[in-house]
Design a protein around this ligand. Structure first.
Ligand code: UDP
Length: 337
């Protein structure tokens, strides 16, 4: 009989891809999600529990009814600008509730934890590519919540023997359309879905800043395919549970950066649409350059991005958007079908 894994936020973007992968690997997956950010969870490859990871009573029931080998914690609020406007919501949801989850885990002697962290913990880079040793000075409440939980995990490891892996994602992107999995945010703020919506509707895409000290004046990001992120969680699980390796923190990115203008070119090529592009002012809190040094994850987790070239990322997102009926089918070129 395979192990049960609890996945909070498993109906969300990275969570659902990871839940799917673990189910394919033979794990029995329990997804815990309020569905507040994802409309539904129609999949049969996981058990689904609708609820909040900060609900102590529900957690007590779950940890009594199932013997979990590990918890993978994706549940969080993730919009940086919203975190600036409503910091208390973010500290409550991302920090207080996670502490409740950890408390119930420890009481039930479930001591393996994989945490969705973020490159937002670093703040403004002093150098790139960013290694895990780069100082952490988050510049948004969102980034601070992720960094606070990393600190909590370190202390829980010392005090209770908790074993954890924190995975600092760079720019999650792409989709696994065949499985009905992809990115869905309301409102959408991310560049690739917005560019694809612009390609479909003819609405303009605004470039937030064209005067950055980068190769073409626009921000450079490290886009990592969500299927590669899912694989990293699987490897992190093996690292902790199978190989019994120590707790650790890893960057998840490709090591190479793409500017907003390069992204626009890729979208225009793949969709064969001419976009209306409008240069706009910088968005608050956007560093010029965010690129990972992923060597540590490659060596210790034996992880390697397989789907993170920009063509695969944009094409898979385009196919997903179409499968959701958001973008008309006929506008995709024959090659991408
Ligand atoms: N961006 C942009 N216009 C948009 C949305 C995003 O120019 O409508 C830029 C943004 O400033 C950043 C990059 O695209 O430099 C990636 O932004 P996204 O929101 O996708 O991810 P983030 O880097 O904020 O996590």
């Amino acid at each position: 009989m395979q192990d049960y894994i609890l996945i909070t936020g498993g109906a969300g973007y990275v969570g659902s891809h990871t839940a799917w992968l673990l189910a394919q690997k033979g794990y029995r997956v329990v997804v815990l999600d309020t569905l507040a950010q994802s409309p539904h969870f129609p999949h049969r490859w996981a058990e689904f529990v609708c609820g909040d990871y900060g609900d102590r009573h529900l957690l007590e029931q779950l940890f009594t009814n199932y013997t979990f080998t590990a918890v993978i914690h994706f549940g969080a609020y993730t919009v940086v600008s919203e975190s600036v406007q409503h910091p208390l919501n973010y500290y409550d949801n991302n920090v207080s509730k996670t502490i409740t989850l950890l408390d119930v885990m420890v009481k039930h002697n479930i001591l393996s934890f994989i945490f969705s962290s973020s490159c937002a913990v670093y703040g403004l880079p002093h150098y790139t590519p960013l290694t895990e040793e780069h100082p952490c000075n988050p510049i948004s409440p969102y980034g601070t919540t992720k960094y606070m939980i990393e600190q909590v995990l370190k202390d829980c490891a010392n005090a209770y023997g908790l074993k954890y892996v924190a995975l600092r994602y760079f720019n999650a992107a792409g989709a696994q359309a065949r499985e009905g999995l992809g990115e869905r945010h309301i409102p959408e703020t991310h560049s690739i879905p917005l560019l694809l919506q612009a390609a479909q509707t003819g609405k303009p895409f605004y470039i937030f800043g064209t005067d950055y000290p980068t190769k073409d004046g626009t921000c450079v990001r490290d886009y990592i395919h969500v299927q590669d992120l899912a694989t990293a969680h699987y490897k992190a699980l093996l690292h902790l549970v199978l190989y019994k390796n120590p707790s650790d923190i890893f960057n998840l990115g490709t090591g190479s950066g793409l500017s907003v203008k390069e992204l626009i070119n890729a979208v225009q090529q793949i969709t064969r649409k001419e976009l209306t592009i409008i240069p706009a002012s910088r968005r608050i809190g956007d560093p010029a350059l965010l690129v990972a040094d992923p060597v540590k994850a490659m060596i210790i987790l034996q992880w390697k991005p397989m789907y993170s070239d920009i063509t695969t990322i944009v094409t898979s997102t385009w196919v997903f958007e179409q499968s959701q009926g958001l973008i008309k089918k006929e506008s995709i070129s024959q090659e991408q079908e």
